[in-house]
Design a protein around this ligand. Structure first.
Ligand SMILES: Cc1cc2nc3c(=O)[nH]c(=O)nc-3n(C[C@H](O)[C@H](O)[C@H](O)COP(=O)(O)OP(=O)(O)OC[C@H]3O[C@@H](n4cnc5c(N)ncnc54)[C@H](O)[C@@H]3O)c2cc1C
Length: 199
């Protein structure tokens, strides 16, 4: 019955609420599942990806306590960090859990718009701590020509790919023109820790 109210656009987020002993904990999580087809009546799902934060009230509860069958209080999707699928080249620079909304944006765009391409530059500490590693690899397999995936690990060397280290302004200035025609990018998406998106 609530399908219309909970219909989301790629990149939107949800507020989840937990009440414990009269106090309320409310946190925001980006929806990682692709947006439902606007014309279709097909099934749609709302998925979020929560990273465990040391000492974090909600993330600890989400990862250590929530089980199948539990009920959660979830507000309707919100946010303007979205992309309406259209032809063109798009690019994102993401760090850590910043991949979550961008995963939805990339999957929705490439599925709905055959004339769209995406360059995804992601920065993480190590491969083991990288969220949605397999989901992103699956997208790359599905759209090898239209998805360009660039991974930088700040604390680990990779066998292939870019040398380790943080993605800062100096590094991006040298890297970006070598990766894509920067002036032709129709839309940029930046999502991650303050240091990365401000750089
Ligand atoms: C638009 C948006 C989208 C987001 N999407 C995602 C997402 O997709 N995935 C995701 O994992 N996160 C996402 N976040 C972050 C998320 O909302 C939470 O901030 C995160 O999960 C931490 O919440 P928490 O309750 O676990 O931690 P909190 O309890 O809020 O604690 C955060 C940190 O502060 C410390 N701390 C808490 N209280 C104190 C205190 N009194 N004194 C000192 N230190 C303290 C904790 O130890 C911890 O290190 C998003 C945030 C926004 C705004």
């Amino acid at each position: 019955g609530l399908r219309e109210e909970y219909r989301h656009a790629a990149g939107q987020h949800l507020a989840l609420r937990r009440r414990v002993d009269g106090t309320e904990i409310r946190r925001t999580y980006s929806i990682c599942s692709p947006a439902p087809d606007p014309a279709g009546e097909g099934p749609s799902s709302l998925r979020v990806g929560v990273r465990l934060v040391d000492g974090g009230a909600f993330s600890t509860y989400a990862l250590k306590e929530i089980g199948v069958g539990d009920e959660l209080e979830v507000m309707t999707p919100a946010g303007r960090f979205t992309l309406e699928p259209a032809p063109g080249l798009y690019a994102a620079i993401v760090g850590g859990s910043g991949i979550t909304p961008v995963l939805s944006i990339v999957a929705t765009l490439l599925a709905r718009e055959p004339e769209a391409r995406f360059c995804l530059i992601r920065s993480d500490r190590t491969a083991a701590s990288t969220m949605f590693l397999e989901e992103v690899a699956d997208l790359k397999d599905r759209y090898p020509q239209r998805l360009q995936l660039v991974t930088v690990l700040s604390r680990e060397e990779q066998q292939a790919g870019l040398p380790s280290g943080r993605l800062d302004q100096e590094r991006l200035t040298g890297l970006l023109p070598a990766l894509l025609p920067v002036e032709r990018v129709a839309g940029w998406f930046l999502c991650g820790p303050y240091g990365l998106v401000q750089g």
